[in-house]
Structures are given as structure tokens and as C-alpha cells.
Design a protein around this ligand. Structure first.
Ligand code: ATR
Length: 273
């Protein structure tokens, strides 16, 4: 019987996850299919109950359900617990859900794919304090790097620092990005202002890496500003593929290759731009 997998979210039509996972499913000759499933906010619990009765392996969860997914699990990994969100559900033999978060390890995978080395002494800035920022701060703290966290709502940056770094990470207002970014080696932007047609202004540098975890149209303006200001720029496609690879590995115990599918995703995103 063909095993069911998929991604639950809203909106979901433009998700690249089916392309990525079905590529690996084919590559490894697995009898499985991965589908995009649109699930409205209020329908998540019902959808999950119905899916638990199917011949399913597991599901990815994206906006707006990462918190609901966390609450729906009977058991969650340490990463999901620390981050407070689940992006990978695995159906257990008793039909309950195990929750994990592969955004953090996917981010580290993306660093490795792109040859970006972050050491404990590397000066990093994380912009934002939402779910994505929590995953990235968790990832950085796992490699003993303490980022400066800058967010519009300072209280959320403070809470993130306390929750994930025991208060050791310095935090502040997003208004300080322009003044502080020049002293950083790596700036990681998790705030997607692109959807609002806005972008953060950045100082001109001769050296420095700017990673925006969005991709395509959502990241284009921000990445252009960074590149024009001398930053070496990176988008979020490698993190997307990295988190997918770690979900796939959890479900099938196979570590899939990322290079071919990353290239395919990139051509597709460039075609759509
Ligand atoms: P994600 O999972 O993508 O991180 P999220 O949890 O909703 O999404 O977090 C969104 C982040 O974008 C937050 O850091 C938010 O700042 P606040 O904590 O102040 O809300 C930030 N954000 C969203 N819109 C913004 C805007 N117009 N200007 C600055 N920051 C913004």
C-alpha cells in the first residue's frame, strides 16, 4: 500500500515540499507519495485525526499550524520543545503523533551546503524573534554561538534570549540593525518584510555574509539591498531543502542527497521570478 506523506498549511499551493520529497521518494524507489494539503486554521485538529487513520508515515507542518502541531503531539523531541514548534509529525504505531522540529538542523545543514562556517567566536545577528528565529537561535546555541537578537518587539527578543540561551544572548530593537550590522560576520534575517513590499536598510561593508531565510520574490528586494551594500548574500532555499532532508531522514532513515533537488528548486524559483 502506498504510504501517505505531505505538508499541512494555509496557503500551501506554492509549497516546494512535494517537489523535494517526491524527488527523493522516486530516487530511493519508495512506495510513497507526498502531497500538499490545504488546512484552514480551525480545521487542523480534525485534519490530523483523519490523517492518523490513514496509511501514513508523517507530515510536515507549516504556517499557521506549527504551534497547534506541537500541542497535538503525545511526545516531542528536545528541539521541538525548546523551539516551541513542530514542523515534522511522525505517526506512531498507536496512531499518536511524535513531533520534531527540523528547522534548526536544516539551518545548520544549509550552512554546510553553502560552505558558511560559524564558530563560537563568529559575530552573528539574528533579526526577528518569531518561530523561525527561535529555531535559528537554537541551532546557533547548539554550536556554542550566541547571536545578538534584534526584533521589532524587544520583549519577544528578550524572551527568546532567556528561553534559548539562558539570557546570555544580547538583544535589542530591530531599529539598531543599521548601526550594529557592520560589526557582524553573519547576519541572519528571519523577518519577511518582502510580503509588505518593504526591506531593512543595511550598512555598507567590505566583508560580511547576509542570509535571508526567505526565497524568491519574498527575499528579492532584501537580498538586492544587501548585495548592493557589499554583503555576500544567501537565500533560504538551502534551509528549505535542509529541513526537508532532515524530515525525510526521520521518516525513512535515509539521508537524501540535497544538491540536485536544490538546483531544481533554484531554477524553478528563478523561472517564477
Ligand atoms: P516566523 O515563523 O516566520 O518567524 P512569526 O513567528 O510570525 O513568523 O514571526 C514573525 C517575525 O517577523 C517577528 O519577529 C515579527 O516581529 P514582532 O515580534 O515584533 O511581531 C517580525 N515582523 C513581522 N512584521 C514585521 C514588520 N512589519 N516590521 C518588523 N518586524 C516584523
Amino acid at each position: 500500500m502506498t504510504k501517505l506523506l505531505g505538508v499541512l498549511g494555509d496557503p500551501i499551493a506554492h509549497s516546494l515540499s512535494p517537489l523535494i520529497h517526491n524527488h527523493w521518494i522516486r530516487e530511493h524507489g519508495l512506495d510513497a507519495t507526498y502531497e500538499a494539503m490545504q488546512v484552514k486554521t480551525g480545521d487542523f485538529q480534525n485534519a490530523l485525526s483523519a490523517l492518523s487513520q490513514r496509511d501514513a508515515v508523517g507530515f510536515n507542518v507549516t504556517l499557521p499550524h506549527k504551534l497547534s502541531a506541537f500541542e497535538a503531539c503525545s511526545d516531542v523531541s528536545d528541539a521541538a520543545k525548546a523551539i516551541g514548534a513542530v514542523n515534522t509529525l511522525t505517526l506512531q504505531p498507536d496512531r499518536s503523533w511524535h513531533g520534531h522540529n527540523t528547522d534548526a538542523s536544516g539551518f545548520l545543514e544549509a550552512l554546510s551546503i553553502q560552505g558558511i562556517e560559524i564558530l563560537p567566536e563568529t559575530k552573528t545577528i539574528v533579526i526577528g524573534a518569531g518561530g523561525a528565529a527561535r529555531a535559528i537561535v537554537y541551532a546557533l546555541s547548539s554550536i556554542d554561538n550566541l547571536p545578538l537578537i534584534l526584533n521589532r518587539t524587544e520583549g519577544k527578543a528578550r524572551k527568546l534570549s532567556i528561553d534559548l540561551t539562558g539570557g546570555e544572548s544580547v538583544y535589542g530593537s530591530i531599529d539598531k540593525v543599521y548601526g550594529l550590522a557592520a560589526a557582524a560576520d553573519v547576519v541572519i534575517n528571519t523577518v519577511s518584510l518582502g510580503y509588505e513590499g518593504k526591506a531593512l536598510n543595511l550598512p555598507t561593508v567590505s566583508n560580511g555574509r547576509f542570509i535571508d531565510i526567505s526565497y524568491g520574490a519574498a527575499a528579492a528586494q532584501q537580498i538586492e539591498i544587501a548585495a548592493n551594500s557589499g554583503w555576500q548574500t544567501y537565500d533560504g532555499l538551502p534551509m528549505l531543502v535542509g529541513q526537508a532532508a532532515h524530515s525525510f531522514e526521520r521518516w525513512f532513515e535515509i539521508a537524501p542527497k540535497t544538491e540536485d533537488i536544490l538546483n531544481r528548486c533554484r531554477s524553478l524559483v528563478e523561472t517564477l521570478a
